[in-house]
Write a protein that binds this ligand. Structure first.
Ligand SMILES: [Zn+2]
Length: 269
């Protein structure tokens, strides 16, 4: 465990959250400018921060939703490029989330706050990882054992989770089950447009090997072009929406630091 994790463990949770909030506020002030824009926190910045990992497999497979991006994290609210893309989509499609029952798995904090503001009900849940701070309303949830009735949610947002789960089809079935008929699930994953078939090998278990083959120490696969077919195999109707279909012009793509190659996987029941 690194020093930062050890320090975090010593702090009461409420104090840790307060320090983080204060840090983000000051960090945001420091980076104010007019080069980048974050509509999730409503401010403009001279710089977005770098994020993601620079690993050979990510570059070789041109994995979308992964890899080192020099300008991707908002210094004020820590939203990433994916969150800002989804925010743009939601702003254009308010009927998907306004006054709806929403389940947000592994909730991205800035996107979660936004959805919560307009939801009828909002549940954020995650499998806890040591060393991370979660907002107080985030509960412990296992996608493979969701404690909700069938046909319960209008919207499910579950990003960058399925690539961690060996039984991903079971997880997809579980999400499908709790989604209402005609409900929508946003299920982003890192994926490679160069792979026709998803690459997975469950005999690879060592963190260093998983990093080498799948691009992160705890990923069990890299999805390929067949990702929508996997979702369809459990019943979802899937469409892909690219930023250009949302009419984001070049200037906005740049200022919002959205990846033009990242599509939104929209899975409907
Ligand atoms: Zn922001």
């Amino acid at each position: 465990m690194n020093l930062l994790c050890q320090l975090k463990k010593q702090l009461p949770l409420s104090l840790g959250i307060a320090i983080r909030k204060e840090f983000l506020y000051l960090n945001g002030l420091f980076f104010r400018g007019n080069q980048f824009e974050c509509r999730l926190c409503g401010h403009q910045y001279r710089k977005f921060l770098a994020g993601g990992f620079d690993l050979p497999v990510i570059n070789e497979l041109q994995i979308i939703g992964g890899g080192r991006r020099p300008s991707t994290i908002c210094p004020g609210c820590h939203s990433n490029d994916r969150e800002r893309l989804l925010h743009y989509y939601f702003e254009q499609n308010p009927a998907v989330f306004t006054k709806k029952d929403i389940l947000h798995i592994a909730p991205e904090p800035a996107l979660g706050r936004y959805l919560q503001k307009y939801a009828k009900s909002y549940i954020g849940g995650v499998k806890y990882y040591e060393g991370f701070y979660y907002p107080p309303n985030v509960q412990l949830l296992d996608v493979l054992a969701l404690p909700f009735p069938e046909n319960h949610f209008d919207l499910i947002v579950c990003n960058h989770v399925l690539e961690h789960i060996e039984e991903d089809l079971e997880a997809m079935k579980a999400l499908y089950k709790v989604l209402k008929p005609s409900g929508t699930a946003i299920l982003q994953v890192p994926w490679s447009p160069l792979l026709q078939q998803t690459k997975e090998d469950f005999s690879i278990t060592l963190p260093a090997e998983r990093e080498k083959y799948f691009g992160q120490f705890d990923h069990v696969r890299v999805y390929g072009q067949d990702y929508p077919k996997r979702l369809e195999s459990v019943g979802f109707k899937v469409s892909k929406v690219y930023p250009k279909q949302l009419s984001i012009n070049e200037a906005a793509l740049k200022s919002l630091a959205i990846n033009p190659k990242e599509c939104i996987f929209i899975a409907e029941k």
